[in-house]
Design a protein around this ligand. Structure first.
Ligand code: HEC
Length: 199
């Protein structure tokens, strides 16, 4: 090899080094095929990764549920129901649920109450979300007490209308799996007197 040919070789290498990356880049900017649907709409976070591509991941209430589970205020974490799941407490919670919640969440917690038909996001199917491992007592207590205001949803805040005890009773009812509640227990002789009007 003489001096001249190694100079040409060096120049060739230099051109390759300078042009190479541009060439490679130019070649890879060809339009890519669209991202498959299953990879879109993934929620960041552990549970999101597990459920994002699944059936429930696409549901608007599920997105709020995941968002809420991960933004729970510290004062609610670790809260436990102070009441025992006695028949009396479950019955009391059931009556409250059927009176105040069923209109949106449905009598058996499927999210199918008539009052929820036009809501977006729709009422969560509590029968499905309450048994989930991340739905703690503290989570339920917080969501019922403070409602959907932090998330811009129609879930009312019940902190003013219901006592803490009543909220815990409702939670016992949800955890009991929405058993049927006798609405009018034996209306024996408590018929309202119609003769009360003056004449
Ligand atoms: C006006 C309709 C409406 C009524 C009445 C209502 N809710 Fe809701 N609720 C919603 C909507 C909509 C959502 C979903 C959006 C959200 O999570 O904020 C929701 C969400 C929830 C959640 C969170 C569920 C989850 O898995 O994250 C709980 C718990 C809940 N409601 C309990 C109750 C209870 C208990 C009552 C009765 C005391 C009640 N709701 C009454 C509309 C309602």
């Amino acid at each position: 090899m003489n001096g001249k040919s190694s100079l040409i070789l060096a120049a060739g290498l230099l051109v390759a080094v300078l042009i190479g990356p541009w060439w490679a880049q130019a070649r890879t900017t060809v339009p890519r095929p669209p991202v498959p649907q299953s990879q879109m709409g993934m929620v960041p976070g552990m549970m999101g990764g597990m459920m994002g591509g699944g059936m429930m991941g696409g549901q608007p209430w599920m997105r709020i549920h995941m968002q809420a589970v991960h933004s729970m205020p510290p004062e609610y974490r670790g809260l436990q129901n102070p009441l025992k799941p006695t028949e009396e407490n479950i019955l009391a919670g059931g009556k409250l649920y059927q009176q105040t919640c069923a209109v949106c969440h449905g009598p058996t917690g499927r999210g199918d109450g008539p009052g929820g038909k036009t809501l977006n996001p729709p009422p969560a199917p509590l029968a499905l979300t309450v048994p989930m491992p991340m739905t703690t007592d503290g989570y339920l207590f917080w969501r019922i007490k403070e409602g959907g205001q932090p998330f811009g949803t129609a879930m009312p805040a019940w902190g003013a209308a219901l006592s803490e005890e009543q909220i815990w009773q409702i939670i016992l009812y949800l955890r009991a799996g929405f058993p049927e509640i006798p609405t009018n227990p034996a209306p024996s002789d408590t018929t309202p007197s119609k003769s009360g009007e003056n004449g």
